[in-house]
Design a protein around this ligand. Structure first.
Ligand SMILES: Nc1ncnc2c1ncn2[C@@H]1O[C@H](COP(=O)(O)OP(=O)(O)OP(=O)(O)O)[C@@H](O)[C@H]1O
Ligand SMILES: [Mg+2]
Length: 505
């Protein structure tokens, strides 16, 4: 058995390739960003060809830097930004349109019409999701309705849909020369098209969006002893490696954080924040604005489900301070700037750039900075940005406790923002519980490596993976209960101010 497992992490802002050893340590890594295409307000696209090129490039560079070759890898896993929608031609390999990114709100009328026409309950019950711009179904419909020739090509089986996992798996396994057209069950659970009980595409849901079944990938387990396919000698790995693991990025982080028992939860702080709590083999339907989603399915074992609180804008608000306001020059400076003031000075920032996701699900909301007085400055805005990350997570934790009945004792965190000590300290204060971070904070890539490695026996079972989780850092709350509740009450008032801003009827 080779000594390592590889993982492709195709994220919203960048693509990484990482190689892990048996202890879950990072042996090789490379990362490249790709362009964020913003054609008009609310629209967010990526170029799928650029994403495939970046993927090839990070694989080759990481292997080259570390002197590894394909035969050093026991298996390859893949993880990806979920919901982002690619439609391409099976004969030419060319996309019909740019990838429509999960943050894109152009389908707001599609989503609100589903609700207005009384289909909301069906979608919530079958797919576990509320009708929203976030998910793939409406994005596929938009491409079918707006790009010339795609509907006919989809009906004839020539046009293929995939999230970026499918797009890359297809390329890695041969592309136009017979590449595998598959998606894992966790990605499929984010389309509004899969039935959570049957784990198959659902004809009633497909009909609501007018999507032909033949354009959809085959749904496969997240960890599969029978490989989805094998990489090609002529491809970026330069040899054959079995592809045996695939998970959406947030489900991968759940696996990377070894949340294998019901009640175990993690919160990932990246472009957005995504908290998932394992609910075991039970499909728990939320009454508090959370999503029901598949956490993972390992081989033939029953699927394990999760409740998820998705927050669209957290790290991207920090990027907005840098790129649009220009008040910081890098993400880490959000901390030094915020530390110049002892508190938020009354300022609250609700970054509802794509409307509000969990637990509100309001596509009519837009961002607001409230509570300003002459006294306030950049530092208060920076502090309010970090607090917004934490208050949005507080809203999700409250919803999770209400739905699951599980009282959170400690919050496991990962992702880029966890480098921000002040933000993590505020998170502990806002929640009133300890916040802990593992040594290997690249839990997304790690989780898909775990899925791939479990399939080939590189790791024997999930107990073996638990031993790899080691605590790196812990933040403890120091706010009083009054301070915590007063702050949260102000936050809730700020959220009210953002609602009913744009007309999506
Ligand atoms: N020290 C910091 N303080 C605050 N925010 C930070 C800090 N360092 C990074 N970030 C934010 O974290 C985000 C990047 O996190 P991470 O690398 O986990 O995301 P990602 O996995 O690349 O996102 P995606 O997968 O969506 O592309 C960026 O939005 C960045 O603004
Ligand atoms: Mg990521």
């Amino acid at each position: 058995m080779p000594d390592f497992v590889g993982s492709v992490d195709q994220g919203t802002t960048s693509t990484r390739f990482m190689v892990f050893d048996h202890g879950g340590n990072v042996i090789a890594a490379h990362q490249l960003e790709h362009e964020q295409i913003l054609p008009r307000a609310g629209w967010v696209e990526h170029n799928p060809v650029e994403i495939w090129e970046r993927t090839s490039s990070v694989i080759q560079t990481a292997l080259g830097k570390s002197g590894l070759v394909s035969s050093d890898l026991a298996a390859l896993g893949i993880t990806n930004q979920r919901e982002t929608t690619v439609v391409w031609n099976r004969r030419t390999g060319r996309p019909y349109y740019n990838a429509i990114v999960w943050q894109d709100t152009r389908t707001d009328r599609i989503a609100s019409a589903l609700e207005a026409d009384g289909h909301g309950e069906t979608i919530r019950h079958k797919a576990g999701l509320p009708p929203a711009t976030y998910f793939s179904g409406g994005k596929i419909q938009w491409i079918l309705d707006n790009v010339d020739g795609v509907r006919a090509a989809a009906e004839s089986g020539e046009a293929l849909f995939g999230n970026t996992d499918s797009w890359l798996l297809w390329h890695l396994t041969g592309g136009v020369s017979g590449g595998a057209h598959v998606t894992d069950v966790t990605n499929a659970s984010r389309t509004m098209l899969m039935n959570l009980e049957t784990l198959d595409w659902d004809d009633e849901l497909l009909a609501l969006f007018g999507i032909p079944r033949q354009m959809l990938p085959t749904i496969v387990p997240s960890s599969s002893p029978e490989p989805y396919g094998v990489t090609l000698a002529g491809g970026p790995l330069g040899g054959e490696v079995p592809l045996t693991g695939a998970l959406g990025d947030q489900q991968a982080a759940t696996v990377g954080q070894v949340c294998f028992a019901p009640g175990e939860a993690k919160n990932t702080y990246g472009t957005g924040n995504f908290m998932l709590i394992n609910t075991g083999t039970d499909i728990v339907r939320s009454k508090s604005g959370l999503l029901t989603t598949v956490a993972y399915k390992l081989g033939d074992a029953d699927a394990v489900y999760a409740l998820e609180g998705s927050i669209a804008v957290t790290g991207s608000a920090v990027q907005w301070l840098r790129d649009q306001l220009g008040i910081i020059s890098g993400a880490a400076q959000s901390e030094t700037l915020a530390r110049q003031v002892p508190d938020n000075g009354g300022v609250y920032f609700v970054p509802a750039f794509s409307g509000l996701f969990a637990p509100y699900w309001r596509s009519d909301a837009r961002g607001a900075i409230v509570g300003l007085s002459r006294f306030n400055n950049n530092a208060h805005v920076a502090r309010a940005t970090l607090e917004a990350i934490c208050y949005q997570s507080r809203d999700v934790v409250d919803a999770m406790e209400a739905d699951s009945g599980v009282h959170l004792e400690v919050l496991k965190v990962d992702g880029g923002i966890t480098a921000n000590d002040l933000c993590m300290k505020i998170q502990a204060d806002v929640l009133g519980v300890d916040v802990v971070k593992p040594v290997v904070a690249e839990t997304t890539a790690l989780g898909s490596a775990y899925a791939a490695g479990l399939a080939v026996g590189f790791w024997k079972n999930t107990d073996e993976l638990r031993k790899n989780w080691l605590e790196d850092k812990r933040w403890q709350p120091s706010w009083s209960e009054e301070q915590r509740e007063a702050g949260h009450a102000q936050w809730r008032k700020a959220v009210e101010r953002t609602l009913d801003w744009v007309d999506v009827g």
